[in-house]
Design a protein around this ligand. Structure first.
Ligand SMILES: [Zn+2]
Length: 331
């Protein structure tokens, strides 16, 4: 029974939509983790670099201290020799040595001060970074635990949905299930939609009347030719819409007040449209015969209405032709 299959497809749609949503969430989940672990890795790399710089700075400072002390010792030695000096020339040479050594000493001292200050700042930055890394690692661990938990929750939900899917699918044609799954994946969780007033509610395209009738007869599964979704016929006003559409227009056409010189043209148009209508109504009649025993009373009523309206149309048409003949005779 097709209605049963359609009901099963509706349930399957809900299950598959949830399943696909969860599957995409499962793919997304580790992404926030990737960003965070990348940040931690960057921090660690920068931490290592700073540490290397700190080690280098330490040995440079030691080097500067030695050089400064050497210059200091040199200067002190020269100063000690001043008492032993006998000539003016020797004295002048010694003073120059003292001055040079003193200058070197001062330069080393200045550079040492700069380097020690930079070293301190680097040390502080490293301390801050170390704390930051610890914080980020703690957050990362928490995030990992959270994601692990969320993944597990979703996976068990998926298993449950798989079981629900397995309970439904064996009763439906495998090829239909295959197509249906593909549609739901590509149409964001939608795969079966109502056909209302001759329009596919999935893509809002107007469907050919014969196709609408086929869907309505419910003899087999129909896919929308435009959006590929499975269609089920939904009564809500769809028949009324079709009848009112054409019959109201034609009724207006036969309002006597509208009989004017253009009438002959209108008549031609009308004959064409009546031809179509008769075909359509014939389709409905045929379909009525094909319908199953469990067809409801509503449909019988509406078919009766169609016949009545059909007769009215024929009457109107006759009147119209009579009037037209009268007009022609008068002329
Ligand atoms: Zn469609």
């Amino acid at each position: 029974m097709i209605t049963e299959t359609l009901e099963k497809l509706k349930s399957l749609q809900d299950i598959l939509a949830q399943k696909y949503l969860i599957e995409s969430e499962l793919k997304e989940l580790p992404r926030s983790l990737t960003t965070k672990s990348e940040l931690v890795n960057r921090l660690k790399k920068s931490f290592i670099e700073k540490h290397e710089r700190l080690t280098a700075a330490k040995s440079y400072i030691n080097d500067l201290r030695i050089k400064m002390r050497d210059a200091e010792t040199e200067r002190e030695n020269y100063e000690g020799k001043i008492a032993e000096i006998s000539t003016q020339r020797e004295y002048e040479a010694l003073v120059k040595e003292i001055r040079d050594a003193g200058e070197r000493e001062q330069n080393y001292r200045k550079e040492l001060q700069r380097e020690e200050k930079a070293f301190e700042e680097l040390e502080k930055a490293i301390e801050r970074e170390e704390l930051l890394i610890k914080d980020q690692e703690k957050e990362l661990t928490l995030e990992q635990e959270k994601i692990h938990q969320e993944t597990q929750d979703r996976e068990s939900l998926l298993t449950e949905l798989d079981n629900q899917e397995q309970a439904i699918t064996p009763d439906i044609d495998g090829e239909i299930v295959f197509k249906f799954k593909r549609i739901i994946r590509s149409k964001e969780g939608k795969g079966i939609v109502p056909l209302q007033k001759g329009v596919c509610t999935g893509c809002n395209m107007i469907l050919p009347l014969q196709f609408v009738n086929d869907v309505r007869s419910g003899e087999q599964i129909h896919f929308c030719p435009y959006c590929s979704m499975i269609l089920f016929y939904q009564e809500a006003g769809s028949e009324d819409a079709l009848e009112n559409l054409d019959l109201e227009d034609t009724a207006d056409l036969f309002d006597e007040s509208e009989f004017d010189d253009d009438f002959a043209d209108d008549m031609d148009d009308f004959d064409d449209s009546i031809g179509d209508d008769e075909e359509d109504l014939d389709d409905l009649d045929e379909e009525e015969e094909d319908d199953d025993d469990d067809e409801d009373d509503d449909q019988d009523d509406s078919s009766d209405e169609e016949e009545v309206l059909d007769d009215d149309l024929d009457d109107d048409l006759d009147d119209g032709e009579d009037d037209l003949l009268d007009e022609e005779i008068e002329e």
